[in-house]
Design a binder for this molecule. Structure first.
Ligand SMILES: [Zn+2]
Length: 103
């Protein structure tokens, strides 16, 4: 059970993108890193290859560490540290702000 999951809205709490809010696109659990839309944009200079004939500049998201974000509670809308709780035998995350359980 992870504190941050794919599809979550999260708020960035440190680094250059501090304060930004975005959706989690990818989670790399073994490295505890995630990709958040429009956060940590990096510019790659793409060379022409056989499959991509147009060289150019590609902007895409880089990874950030999971500890740099807080999930935003879908109930109270606040960025929150999450706890865990069990509801009807299901392990759920729990918002530390409002106490509501969520998946
Ligand atoms: Zn909440």
């Amino acid at each position: 059970m992870r504190k941050v999951r794919k599809g979550d809205r999260v708020k960035v709490i440190s680094g250059n993108d501090k304060g930004k809010i975005g959706r989690v696109l990818v989670v790399y659990p073994e490295r505890e890193r995630i990709i958040v839309e429009n956060v940590r944009m990096i510019t790659k200079h793409q060379r022409a290859t056989q499959t991509m004939r147009e060289p150019g500049i590609v902007r895409r998201e880089g990874t950030i560490h999971i500890s740099n974000v807080l999930p935003i509670c879908s109930d109270c809308g606040l960025p929150t540290r999450v706890g865990f709780t069990v509801v009807d035998g299901d392990k759920m995350r729990r918002c530390n702000q409002c106490g509501k359980a969520f998946r």
